[in-house]
Design a protein around this ligand. Structure first.
Ligand code: 6GU
Length: 223
């Protein structure tokens, strides 16, 4: 899978993309992550990427020209399954969407800043708009890093058996049950007996019960 990210701050991705699973996925050739600095495509003398909003009001708007030029260049090179715009004015990202997107070949992710991008980019190029929650970030970059991480870890071959996505919170619509490791008694804090029983069926039942109990208590909206 190939993901092209359009941003005015490519450096923000240096940390998240060069560690842990995202690094491993790229090294294994399972995912290609490409960063494009929108400013490099600006044709004006000052290399501007934003301008005042028509109609007035506070805040700048990201202009069409440099964004359209990157999109057209990329689209001339390959077909894209989705062109995603990161914005707080959108449906909230979830595991189901991550599962869907992990099965695509090529996607573009556009990170917004300031008051957002000129509406005509959204009208003519964007196929999907994504928010990561009901709060406002300075820009779409941190949100895009979240979305990319949640997609790439689901591509077969990225996670090992021990880190399998199948038992993740949300994968089955429930929160995850509690987990424990050695020692089984830490200064009197004991691990639930059933987990030490060696009875796989009982362990599975206990985990299922705990997952439902936790979900009812903390996130009843998921049930
Ligand atoms: Cl995608 N962008 C920004 N700027 N803020 C957000 C967001 C995205 N999702 C939640 N808040």
């Amino acid at each position: 899978m190939r993901i092209d990210i359009l941003t005015i701050f490519p450096e923000i991705f240096d940390g998240p993309f060069n560690m842990s699973m995202l690094k491993r996925a790229q090294e294994k050739g399972i995912a290609e992550l490409h960063l494009h600095n929108i400013r490099d495509y600006s044709t004006d003398k000052q290399k501007s990427v934003d301008d005042y909003a028509f109609g007035g009001g506070a805040g700048m708007v990201m202009m069409i020209q440099p964004i359209e030029d990157v999109i057209l260049k990329l689209k001339s090179e390959r077909n894209y399954d989705e062109i995603i715009y990161m914005t707080p004015d959108a449906n909230v990202w979830n595991q189901k969407m991550a599962n869907q997107l992990s099965m695509t070949d090529n996607i573009i992710i556009l990170c917004g800043h300031y008051k957002g991008v000129d509406q005509r980019i959204r009208d003519h190029y964007i196929t999907r708009e994504v928010s990561i929650g009901d709060y406002v970030l300075t820009g779409g970059e941190l949100a895009a890093a979240v979305v990319v991480d949640s997609i790439v870890r689901l591509i077969p071959g990225v996670l090992s058996d021990e880190t399998s996505a199948l038992t993740d919170s949300h994968q089955d619509g429930l929160l995850s049950p509690p987990v424990y490791t050695r020692p089984s008694d830490y200064n009197g804090w004991k691990v639930p007996e059933v987990l030490l029983s060696g009875n796989t069926r009982l362990v599975e039942e206990w985990r299922e019960d705990k997952a439902i109990e936790l979900t009812k208590k903390i996130r009843p909206d998921l049930l």
